[in-house]
Design a protein around this ligand. Structure first.
Ligand SMILES: NC(=O)c1ccc[n+]([C@@H]2O[C@H](COP(=O)([O-])OP(=O)(O)OC[C@H]3O[C@@H](n4cnc5c(N)ncnc54)[C@H](OP(=O)(O)O)[C@@H]3O)[C@@H](O)[C@H]2O)c1
Length: 233
């Protein structure tokens, strides 16, 4: 496949040095898509990706850092995730406010697509996961903002809601997808989440979709593109 012709724009990856985000970067590079990463640490980004990506050093809390990072990018993939109950890495700061800042700056910069890694159970405020700083509620607020700002004009979004995340190679399992937040448990490989996010850049049926995804039986997959055939608005 002439992958260079599949998606020509540059893609900003936020949360790129994280476990899902680094798979997003690897899969983008696999398809020959130019990548810029937003990272708090140039050293960490270079250690992971060498000189195969552009690095925009900055904090998700800083509007100017975010604006600079997204300038000239056609699309954004966000695998941001909070890691502390309070402070700079809390769910309110990262999963809600940071993600929303990134969406708003992406619109201003003229980006046309935004893919976001969210979570199953995001609409269930009473789910035990929400005990961690209201993380599900914060992600839902970001999702709602994304559907609003990238669901109009010529823009599109894809919201991927995985189950519990695991590590491993992509394309090794059949995937179960659903809509309406009806899946209560299950797990998903980070690498498959990354692959779905990357495919959303050029698969038309991924546009303006929100869906849950969990792994099914092990079975090598040629492509995950078919997951998008099963979705509706
Ligand atoms: N864990 C699960 O089972 C599970 C289930 C469903 C959904 N999810 C969601 O899936 C997503 C990816 O999860 P993961 O396990 O791959 O996450 P991860 O490895 O913890 O990576 C999170 C990323 O967010 C970045 N980040 C955190 N605070 C930041 C800040 N203040 N400014 C800028 N960047 C910041 C981290 O940067 P550094 O590398 O600099 O730390 C890292 O790149 C998250 O949104 C998570 O909530 C997780």
């Amino acid at each position: 496949m002439d992958t260079g012709s599949v998606y020509k724009g540059k893609v900003l990856v936020a949360g790129a040095t994280g476990r899902t985000g680094s798979w997003v970067v690897r899969r983008l590079l696999h398809y020959g898509v130019p990548v810029r990463v937003l990272s708090r640490s140039e050293e960490k980004a270079r250690e992971l990706f060498g000189d195969r990506v552009e690095v925009a050093v900055g904090k998700i809390q800083d509007k100017e850092d975010v604006a600079r990072a997204v300038e000239g990018c056609q699309a954004v993939i966000s695998a941001l995730g909070s890691s502390a109950l309070s402070g700079d890495s809390s769910p309110a700061e990262v999963d809600r406010d940071g993600a929303i800042r990134l969406m708003d700056e992406a619109v201003k910069a003229g980006a046309t697509h935004f893919a976001m890694v969210s979570s199953i159970a995001v609409t269930k405020w009473f789910h035990p996961l929400n005990l961690f700083g209201g993380v599900l509620t914060m992600k839902l607020a970001a999702e709602e903002h994304l559907r609003k700002v990238f669901g109009q004009d010529d823009r599109s979004y894809t919201i991927i809601r995985p189950g519990g995340l695991k590590d491993g190679e992509p394309l090794q399992h059949r995937l179960q997808v659903d809509q309406g937040d009806r899946i209560w448990n299950g797990w998903t490989n980070r690498s498959d989440v990354a692959e779905l996010a990357v495919l959303s850049l050029w698969v038309a049926k991924a546009r303006r979709r929100t869906f849950e995804v969990v792994s099914d039986a092990p079975e090598p997959q040629q492509s995950l593109e078919g997951c998008y055939d099963k979705l509706h608005d």
